[in-house]
Design a protein around this ligand. Sequence first.
Ligand code: AMP
Length: 516
Amino acid sequence: MPAENANLYAALRAAFPADLDQVAIETGDGPGAPLNYTWRDLERGSAMIANLLGGLGLPAASRVAVQVDKSVEALMLYLAVLRTGHVYLPLNNAYQAAEIEYFVGNAAPAVVVCTPKTFGWVSRIAFQAGTPHVFTLSDDRSGTLLDRASFQAVAHEPVASRTDDLAAIVYTSGTTGRSKGAMLTHGNLLSNARVLKAYWDWKPDDVLIHTLPIFHVHGLFVAIHGALLNGSSMIWFAKFDPRAVLERLPDATVFMGVPTLYVRLLGERGLDHSACSRMRLFISGSAPLLIETFTEWQQRTGHTILERYGMSETVMLTSNPCKPSDGERRGGTVGLPLPGVGVRIVDERDLPLPAGEIGSIQVQGPNVFKGYWRMPERTADEFTDDAWFKTGDVGRFDADGYLSIVGRSKDLIITGGYNVYPAEIEGVLNEMPGVAESAVIGVPHPDFGEAVVAVLVARPGMSAPEPAAVIAALKGRIANFKVPKQVFVETDLPRNAMGKVQKNLLRTKHQGLFAV
Ligand code: AMP
């Protein structure tokens, strides 16, 4: 018997409803909204783009780097890349030239897709790096990608893929030099989507409100695979507007958000039991959900948010139960290891610790990525000798096997669901005139979970940089979400005996800045 085609698109396509003329996606905002896309539109649109890519004569497993605004056509492009067996490389649309230069240089994509607005500088970077093809795609359906695809045939047979073939490369952050491309295979993504289908009890008549960006694991993989693998329709928002989402809750059954979105929704007076009466499931992840948000949500809506935990390198790892038969949902925890996923807490020597003890979180399973793109040493560093992946997160199991995340050993800041690596911002700050050194920290923020804050030390004999000017200089150089909300100039940075900056002291000092 021939082996099943492990191509992710083939598996998603097999789950589309029999009647392809049903609506698959309704847009809630964006040019021309509301627009209805049927399942046939998804199938044909992605086939046409796949045929366009197929006609370019690209080597197998070419990278297709995409930095566009969210649109259904951008989703079709993702599906098209899966169909062709090439490798999808989503890029945050906040990234600026220095960041794109790094990604394009590192990933060496054969195709870059950007917006008509960014074509000038993106294409210059891409052509200089040797990328042969640059297309444009706008959220109003204009641009060269669709112009060219419109001449293509509407039928396309997905290529035969093996479980181990690459489907996507997701960069772990927008940092120059340090950012690592996590290589995810068709098998990683499909196994995780199938586990979540069962664990979250997806039903074909579920309707998902999709309001997350589609350049990140949460919106691209967890949400989209969830809906498509169940033949469930989506109400699609390019931007998160709490009022608009609230208005559509009565038409939906599933919502996925980062904690910031839940906080914003709680700010809407109309959020109550009746607004959520058709809803089945609210899911939160990508950053810690405060227990206050969890509890207030329960009181206001009668629903208990299901918090789960995952990362770019592993897709989803743990989840609070969905079905009562699997257990209760516990606030402040990220739930239980998903079926088939191994999670252990270890000490500094990688030895497992008992329940109740805090240690490093390590994981194993069919969902765990293949390694970092062209960084074999970094990959080797992040796996133990017995093949467990070191997540960089620190946590603890309770006696019932629920995992709580207590910190991040890698010092990552998560602001509004986006990851910010302090070292990157510090590198840029340290190059500024008048700056001797800097420390970037995350402090609690009521809206974003954490806000980026920078502490600078002036160069001896030079006048201290003006905080507002520092912020202005950073804007346009790095993505806005990474720009510190506040900058302080101090005479020195607190350090321990080993000379390491004591960021914990800085965090404590500035923790009340945005009064949570
Ligand atoms: P990313 O690779 O962008 O998805 O970021 C992954 C990181 O986000 C993880 O390593 C965790 O530090 C953090 N994270 C994801 N989900 C949660 C959660 N539910 N609670 C706390 N941190 C989380």
